[in-house]
Design a protein around this ligand. Structure first.
Ligand code: DNO
Length: 356
């Protein structure tokens, strides 16, 4: 495995590359062209410039998170082929620049959903949190406004204001889309992009729906092992793989995380490892990575990744805001650096124990 950190790019991320370079063991970043809206082509020159900037800091680009998929593709509207053609052009341009991992999601309208961006924990740190009653009590547009307000000016990944200004139209697009139709639209998209992925050896790593159930009545399918199997069988190509995100699958306690990992050998191309603390089945908050701070056993998660021979990039995920840091919620430096060190420590111990 390679330890990495997510980096949103100059002008968007509060954390500069030189600081990431100083986290022991972190050799790469998972990055993006954050100003690109879903449906836009990523030009070769922009990709090259981003790569050069990362390399000048002594790191390398381990993968992209995300190349976002336009809603026309997810909803399967008549113009979807135009957007798939553009997506293919972007993949080609990434492949030519020797980038071989792309994380994306297939969640309608919203990406990840939280009801609080800065819940205070007993130690004074703040974390993102989710409460089902809070979601049930508001309309989608209110949630978007509340998140924007709490983000303190930061642009939140997957919550592009340009796109979400049209929440009503977006919801209308999905009026006739149920889980079956969404699966079908995903199959159509994957079948069209697999040839370019094979040509340039690009591993597509679908990110789970977060939380792993339907919100606001929208269909959601990347939620459990049964659906993952279905997705991989319907387009049976090793380039059609997954991002194993512990925090997203873990929102549903029925998902046994280590068992899921063991059921996916060769198809986990990227791992997001973090912890959640459940206060009740309807309420959770993002704890520190350390097992004892939350509800997951991080040792077992890392051990399962090790046992299946996982060799892709891994990154600590949403961190708490600690030591007075001001940053994009979930994406400060300090707690993610602690997370990277902890995960690297677990890996070293598992690896050495494995040799004995
Ligand atoms: C949130 C992230 C997601 C993820 C996308 C992948 O912090 O985990 O926004 O990057 O769903 O496309």
């Amino acid at each position: 495995m390679e330890m990495t950190l997510r980096w949103f790019g100059n002008g968007f991320d509060t954390v500069p590359l030189w600081k990431i370079r100083q986290i022991p063991g972190v050799t790469g970043v998972i990055t993006t062209l954050y100003d690109k809206e879903p449906g836009e082509v990523w030009e070769a020159a922009r990709i090259r410039a981003m790569k050069e900037e990362v390399e000048a800091a002594g790191l390398h680009v381990s993968g992209i998170e995300s190349v976002n998929v336009h809603d026309a593709i997810k909803a399967g509207t008549p113009d979807r082929d135009l957007y798939i053609d553009r997506y293919i052009e972007t993949l080609e341009n990434l492949g030519k620049e020797d980038i071989h991992l792309v994380c994306y999601n297939f969640m309608p309208v919203f990406d990840w959903t939280r009801t609080e961006l800065a819940r205070v924990r007993p130690d004074g740190s703040t974390v993102m949190a989710y409460n089902q009653q809070a979601v049930d009590a508001i309309r989608p547009s209110e949630m978007f406004d509340a998140m924007q307000k709490d983000a303190g000016g930061a642009r939140l990944a997957g919550w592009e204001p340009e796109r979400l200004a049209h929440t009503r139209e977006l919801f209308d697009m999905y009026r006739d889309v149920d889980n079956e139709k969404l699966f079908e639209n995903l199959r159509y998209f994957l079948e069209r992009i697999m040839p370019v992925c094979s040509e340039y050896d690009i591993r597509m790593a679908i990110h789970p729906d977060d939380p792993a159930w339907s919100v606001f009545g929208l269909p959601r399918i990347i939620t459990n092992i049964g659906n993952l199997r279905r997705m991989m069988e319907m387009v049976d190509d090793p380039h059609n793989g997954v991002t194993f995100c512990a925090g997203s699958y873990g929102t549903n306690p029925e998902n046994d995380l280590p068992e899921m990992i063991r059921a996916l050998p060769g198809r986990i191309h990227f791992a997001h490892v973090r912890n959640l603390k459940f206060n009740s089945p309807d309420d959770f908050e993002e704890a520190a990575h350390l097992s004892s701070d939350g509800s997951f056993d991080l040792y077992e998660i890392m051990k399962a990744l090790y046992d299946i021979g996982f060799d892709g990039p891994i990154r600590p995920d949403h961190g708490r805001m600690i030591w007075g840091e001001q940053a994009m919620p979930g994406y400060g430096l300090y707690d993610r650096a602690l997370g990277a060190m902890y995960l690297s420590g677990l890996w070293e111990a598992i690896e050495k124990a494995g040799r004995e």
